[in-house]
Design a protein around this ligand. Structure first.
Ligand SMILES: [Zn+2]
Length: 537
């Protein structure tokens, strides 16, 4: 066993660091200038390039290089066998949050990382800040959802999709309103404000498909409960889903399977798996090996929900944007539970495979940009004997056997994560990966996913109600395409004097008749106009 491990030590002494050439961290201005430069280069060469009609972003929450390695060893007896291994674009990605960046402290420093094992355990992001970065292009503080460091709501890629006439959706193996789907589709000061997040996800009109766990009437094993657990969906939202005809709602696994192939896909689909915490990871019992404890048969899989989502989303001739999260990979890593981590990653692999097969059968794989990455690593998973400047990889014990491994943390880390892409315009990420890691090679940073989408599809402003179910009057909020935007609200296309804040209250004493509200947001010399909000007193 010793020999096995020794063979896999990454020797760092041979790495040649060049101090003065080394980019420690790109600061906001530098990022912005890079963005402008790359936008220019890209636009001037984009004549031959095909803009993706559909975009799918897969996030294995809390996964990373060594989680993939362990899963590959267990499933295939070898590394480099995952469904992503054949993707033509393979880069690394940094995930640090915006707080560190704003204080000028470290972000991700390759030299420090690979010479000090403990460095990577500090200064990490969590899912809300990383999803916000990936979804809006702006890094932010931990726990913030869809807002930048100043607390301003920034336009996310789902809102851009809407402006382009596309359908949009989020599907996850954890509660549907959890940080990652929320960060891609809503705006809230805290990931824990589930009432507000759920209200926006289900009733602000940004999303056409929502899927995940978080059912109030089932426990973590999928058994019915007598008292509802209203943390993820409160009574107001629950009653609205059930009584109003906004969503095609289903919690039936059989129906979800049928919805993947049904000719008449519903316009808007809300799939709430009949289970509370997550689809499988939080079920009863301690797994010794993957799959040893069965999952209740009434609970749909991530792949099944994703295919049903695709059937609804692909009905739109303008295309779609979909985020699919293997959310419980993170939960298993927090628990340092490798058997269940491997289960979750293998189900994530199945989803990546099934989605591509479904797109292929439908004839739309070639017009779909597919990204597979992680929001951050979790568990600081390495092999035994890591420490100081020594990084030992997990060791292979062969197919069907757990590898040799050690979790060094129960929390997230600041490790680079793998980034895979394929499909139209996937080469854009080569230009964005302009930093270099001595071990992982060229890397981009998480906010550059949304920046790439904005380069491909354009930017916009979008108006939404932060609490659409509120009875306390209509407060509209405009999302910002840039941090220092100038805002002007309009009524029936006429300027409303003094209405130039992010939020606008439609005062019933002033607006007594139906009126069309819109917002004009100016960034530099570019004017963005929101969609219309039809107000009826
Ligand atoms: Zn986590």
């Amino acid at each position: 066993m010793n020999g096995q491990i020794n063979n896999q030590i990454i020797i760092l002494l041979s790495l040649n660091f060049s101090e003065n050439k080394y980019i420690y961290c790109k600061f906001p201005l530098m990022r912005f200038l890079t963005f402008i430069l790359i936008s220019f280069l890209f636009l001037t060469t984009s004549a031959q390039q095909q803009t993706p009609k559909n975009i799918i972003i897969f996030i294995a929450d809390g996964g990373g290089y060594n989680q993939i390695m362990c899963t590959d060893y267990y499933l295939y007896g070898d590394s480099g066998k995952s469904p992503m291994a054949s993707f033509p674009v393979q880069l690394a990605m940094s995930t640090y949050n915006g707080s560190l960046q704003s204080t000028g402290a470290t972000c991700y420093n390759s030299k420090k990382f690979w010479t000090d094992f403990s460095y990577g355990m500090a200064g990490f992001t969590e899912s809300a800040a990383s999803a916000t970065a990936m979804g809006t292009g702006f890094k932010t503080h931990n726990s913030m959802i869809g807002m930048n460091l100043d607390g301003n709501p920034m336009t996310n890629i789902m809102e851009i999709g809407k402006a382009k006439g596309k359908k949009t959706g989020v599907v996850t193996s954890v509660p549907f309103c959890h940080a990652t789907p929320a960060g891609f589709s809503t705006h809230s000061k805290s990931r824990h404000g589930f009432s507000e997040i759920t209200d926006q996800m289900l009733f602000s009109g940004t999303l056409d498909v929502v899927g995940g766990s978080g059912h109030p009437w089932f426990d973590n094993d999928g058994n019915a409960v007598s008292v509802p657990f209203t943390k993820y969906i409160d009574t107001v939202s629950w009653n609205k889903v059930k009584s109003e005809n906004i969503w095609k709602y289903t919690e039936s696994r059989n129906e979800i399977r049928l919805l993947a192939s049904e000719k008449n896909a519903p316009e808007k689909l809300f799939m709430l798996a009949p289970v509370s915490g997550n689809l499988a990871e939080a079920r009863e019992g301690k797994s010794i090996v993957p799959y040893d404890i069965p999952v209740k048969q009434t609970i749909p899989t991530l792949a099944e929900m994703s295919l049903a989502a695709l059937n609804t989303l692909s009905s739109d001739p303008d295309g779609f944007i979909l985020m699919i999260e293997g959310g419980a990979i993170d939960w298993a890593n927090h628990d340092n539970d490798l058997p269940r981590m491997i289960e979750e990653y293998s189900w994530f692999y199945n989803t990546v495979d099934s989605v591509q097969q479904w797109l292929g059968a439908k004839g739309i794989l070639d017009e779909t940009l597919i990204i597979v990455t992680n929001d951050h690593e979790c568990g600081y998973l390495w092999g035994h004997g890591s420490g100081g400047a020594t990084f030992v990889l997990p060791a292979n014990n062969g197919k069907g056997k757990l590898p040799e491994y050690k979790y060094y943390s129960t929390n997230h880390s600041n490790t680079l994560v793998p980034f895979f892409a394929k499909g139209p315009s996937s080469e854009i990420f080569y230009s964005l990966a302009d930093e270099n890691d001595s071990v992982r090679g060229p890397f981009l940073t998480n906010s550059e996913i949304a920046i790439a989408v904005k380069m491909l599809l354009g930017n916009t402003t979008h108006i939404y109600r932060s609490n659409p179910s509120s009875t306390k009057g209509v407060f509209l909020t405009a999302t910002l395409p840039c941090p220092d935007a100038k805002i002007q609200w309009k009524a029936d296309d006429k300027t409303i004097a003094g209405a130039n804040l992010v939020q606008f209250f439609i005062d019933p004493a002033v607006f007594k008749k139906p009126v069309t509200i819109s917002c004009e947001v100016t960034c530099g010399e570019t004017k963005f106009t929101s969609q219309n909000y039809e107000y009826k007193p």
